[in-house]
Ligand binder design. Structure first.
Ligand SMILES: [Zn+2]
Length: 221
């Protein structure tokens, strides 16, 4: 299912993977478990180096030697296709007319062992702000609810937010994050592939009913 908003088309593929089309331009986020037959990528963004975000197999399905890849610093040396460049938090770049800024993404209360978060603040993973014309999309990456989100208030048209729990925000935390951000549209992600299912995505939507427009997108198969 594809959402159209102000000249931008967003198709949910899987987990944190979206196909975002702006005119003829095709951008993929965190390609993972992609279906076959997708068009080639002009741009790919990758938020961090975990296998379900940086997947060489899936990069191979959509990347060409000409594909511009914008990835987090902790992906450096691990991307063998396309034309990669790497961003740390606070850095930005412009690629094919899209302004892309790397923003913080980290856990505050999700731990793999006592005191060790799945996504530590200093490990080099990021979220991305992507400005396509006058539309700004926030792809949050793997994160908990963090102070950044209040700073984004009023700046975001479409927020792609993880809402599965376990490694990232729960539906309740993601709803609070959405209320911090107040995007025009919020889309839950990070469900159905590794943890959680559509129930969590629908719960996120219910929690925001009457306050923020939420679109639970069917995955393209
Ligand atoms: Zn991760």
């Amino acid at each position: 299912m594809t959402l159209e908003y102000d000249g931008v088309r967003i198709t949910y593929l899987e987990h944190d993977s979206f196909l975002i089309e702006w005119g003829d331009l095709k951008l993929y986020t965190d390609p993972f478990k992609l279906p076959r037959g997708l068009p080639k990528a002009d741009v790919i963004t990758i938020t961090h180096e975990h296998f379900d975000h940086l997947s060489p197999d899936d990069l191979g399905k959509v990347a060409t030697p000409e594909t511009d890849i914008v990835a987090s610093e902790n992906c450096r040396g691990k991307i063998k296709v396309g034309k990669p460049r790497y961003l740390r938090v606070g850095e930005s770049t412009e690629v094919r007319g899209i302004k892309i800024e790397a923003v913080p993404a980290y856990n505050v209360n999700k731990f793999k062992s006592p005191g060790v978060p799945f996504h530590p603040r200093d490990y080099g993973g990021v979220g991305f702000l992507m400005a396509m014309g006058k539309t700004t999309i926030y792809h949050a990456g793997d994160t908990d609810r963090i102070p950044l989100m209040k700073q984004l208030r009023g700046r975001i048209d479409i927020a792609l937010l993880p809402a599965s729990g376990t490694y990232v925000m729960t539906p309740e935390e993601a709803a609070d994050a959405a209320l911090d951000i107040m995007p025009k549209i919020a889309i839950p992600m990070h469900w159905g592939a590794i943890v959680a299912g559509k129930e969590e995505a629908e719960r996120f939507k219910r929690l925001l009913e009457g306050r923020i427009r939420v679109e639970v997108l069917e995955k393209k198969r």
